[in-house]
Design a protein around this ligand. Structure first.
Ligand SMILES: [Zn+2]
Length: 311
């Protein structure tokens, strides 16, 4: 196999790990439940166990490790700056150092261990190998349980002075004032645009309380429920408006939208695009807005890339 790196995607419910080659091609992948509530030691132990399963019988040592992790991450030091309550004791965790210590002799001497935000890793994957490949700049927006974005200009991921660049979740959007964002403030994009936000909006409109998530709302919309249809449309429009606002500041060559919620299909994409085109000034109207192409491989391929290129 030659040189291999370990790529890791630490999400709130599951952790995926893969061996990848020089071209960020995934050679083998393993998945485990993330023990998020048990604290950093348990999460690191999961990463190490996945690595040992992947390496078992290969005789290989790792040339580096790239990790995408939930939360605000200081990519320079590989430390978690802040995170939601899903991860116990996560803020302040020196994740790169802990993973390095845990992997020990599985690493070659001086192997880099890099950590970045999981959406940034996803963005790097789509930028290098997916829907944004070949573009000089791209804004990649992930809409799922939450909402996040990564911005890449040239070969550089934009992280910001406080490691927050791309946190589109907390842009104020019209139509969300009645909903509270996970950050505690009302009216932010994530409060209406995420899957959870869409569901809360659906309930606020008087939707059937027996429907428990965005997937259920999508099925209800297909079945002809006008409240479900409206909830999807207004949730998607909030995403489109926020992307137009972000595009006005950043002017990316390409915009990629990915994650579970866009899988609803045209009932989501149409109002999202319509809202973008209603808000964006003329010069931005032709900016391509494309679906992601790599799915769950995106954060792993982006994490793998960070080993070689320090995104
Ligand atoms: Zn917020």
């Amino acid at each position: 196999m030659g040189e291999v790196v370990l790529a890791v995607d630490i999400g709130g419910t599951k952790t995926a790990a893969a061996l990848a080659d020089r071209h960020d091609t995934l050679l083998r992948t393993e998945v485990a439940t993330t023990p998020a509530a048990e604290g950093p030691t348990a999460v690191v132990a999961t990463v190490v166990a996945l690595a040992e399963r992947l390496l078992s019988g290969t005789g290989l040592r790792l040339s580096g490790v790239g990790i995408g992790a939930a939360g605000v991450v200081d990519a320079g030091s590989g430390t978690i700056v802040s995170a939601t309550d899903t991860f116990a004791d996560w803020p302040g965790t020196p994740l790169a150092a802990l993973v390095r210590a845990g992997l020990g002799a599985h690493l070659i001497t001086d192997a880099p261990v890099r950590v970045q935000n999981d959406v940034d890793a996803h963005a790097a994957g789509e930028y290098r190998h997916g829907a944004a490949a070949g573009a000089a700049s791209a804004l990649i927006v992930a809409v799922g349980t939450g909402v996040g974005a990564g911005l890449i200009l040239g070969d550089d991921a934009v992280r910001g002075a406080h490691h927050v660049a791309g946190e589109i979740a907390h842009l104020p959007v019209p139509g969300a004032a009645h909903l509270r964002c996970p950050c505690g403030r009302p009216g932010h994009l994530e409060a209406i645009g995420s899957g959870i936000g869409m569901h809360r909006h659906f309930l606020s409109l008087g939707g059937d309380p027996g429907i428990t998530d965005a997937r259920g709302i999508a099925a209800e919309s297909v079945a002809g429920d006008p409240i479900a249809r409206r909830a999807i449309g207004e949730s998607a429009a909030a995403v489109g408006r926020a992307i137009a606002g972000a595009a006005t500041i950043l002017d990316p060559e390409r915009i990629v939208v990915t994650g579970g919620v866009p899988n609803i299909g045209e009932d989501w994409w149409r109002p999202m695009r319509d809202a973008f085109h209603a808000e964006a000034i003329d010069a931005l109207q032709s900016t391509p807005i494309l679906p992601g192409t790599l799915g769950d491989d995106a954060p792993l391929r982006g994490a793998a890339a960070s080993v070689w290129r320090n995104p």
